[in-house]
Design a protein around this ligand. Sequence first.
Ligand code: FES
Length: 506
Amino acid sequence: MESTGSIWKATAEVEQYPPLAGGARADVCVVGAGIAGLTTAYLLQKEGKSVIVLEAIGVGSGETGRTTAHFFPPDERYYILERKFGTPRAAMIADSYARATDLVESIVRAEGIDCNFMRVEGYLVPQVYKQIDPIEREYVSTQRLGVPVEMLERVPDMVFDTGRCLRFGGNAQFHPLRYLDGLARAFVARGGVIHCGSRAVGIDKSGAEQTVRTLDGHVHAANVVVATHTPFNEKVVMHTKQSAYSTYVIGLRVPKNAYKPFLLWDTGDPYYYVRLAAIDDDPDDILIVGGQDHKTGQDEVPQHRWHEVEMWTRNRFPEAGEVVYRWSGEVMEPSDGVAFLGRNPLDSDNVYIITGDSGNGMTHCTAGAMLVTDKIMGRENPWEEIYEPSRKPVHGIGDFATEQANVAQQYTDWIKGGEAESPAHIAPGEGALIRRGMTLYAVHRPVEGALQVLSAKCTHLGCAVHWNSAEKSWDCPCHGSRFSTTGEPLHGPAVTPLAILSLPRD
Ligand code: FES
């Protein structure tokens, strides 16, 4: 059971743009053409800035194409955010979520983007039927914060009895790649520039400006925005503050109009999340369900997680039919539960980052674009103090310590044996680590063709990558870098390919 790719990639035609060749100059260089990067580019262009967007692969090729594209409240409960940060800052988060969702709606309208944007009811339900304590605590907190929430005995008209739940107002959903394509086209139509196939590999200060380097060119800019899901531009600091998790999604056929559009998520950790999608003239609706998160690179045969999501779904939605989509995404979880939006802590004041999506990428990325736009335009932004990237992880110190211990543990791979003694033990289509002396080789046996032999040493900070049998990739268990079977980076922070090697004989 391999990934089929996301429903969004299967149902959108996304315009791509030519690579950068040589040098260029702009007021702002944005790195990454996902929702964070293109929303930032769009907003800054509206402010009169010239903007060049550099994208390593293609528009929407990263996590924007792998999200489930819901706009619902933070996955860290408001009562926990209040306890950690205090009521005024928790209220800032609620405000940022509401305004980010409003902004997307206004862009859809202003640009006439056909992306099925709709406001929908959103329900937080208990993971276990009678476990209502977190529901009640969340209700009390939302009332204090002024978040529009009702407590109900169950989700109305839902096919299964959810138990006591909260109905949130102000949620939304859309088709993320159709939105992104519309955003990109609007930006380019007004003179914006996007270069695909142009991986940024470094940022250098040059006088008051920054220079973003790619393999085939460079961009000089007064400001740089790194919107690459996890920052590639510094090796350590931000990668100790957040951790990479993989999440598993399926799309199942359900009869048209069997359910009204809704969002639903539960109080589990990890939690399940559900939405509906109606695509064009498909005779069925697609029920999209995700969950079963685990640390990236720390489950080599994760296919069972799709099965677990399916079982959870079938126990609750008896109308669910065939599974027609199956994919995984990656989530960056900040140790204190709050995204990092603003100035990059280690740079001078003209490099910005948008990261720490925490499973709410649509909202965080849009809020990040709004905040960074304000910073570059020299305006105060009311959310700065809560999302400040340089903050210490004091409000998540337990999770921080646990995650650092987990990363340290991954380096012991270098003193362990390999997973296979020789390539003969690797099934077609699979991969495994093979040790020869002090070297670990990442070996993939394609269904057809020659063995692909790479160094197992992640080009970020040297952990050993692990095979991902579901996505057919090499995933790093330390900070979430992912590589193709030929070694090309699929997800940062690594930007350099795994080295191609030859496997010595036994
Ligand atoms: Fe950091 Fe691999 S992602 S060492």
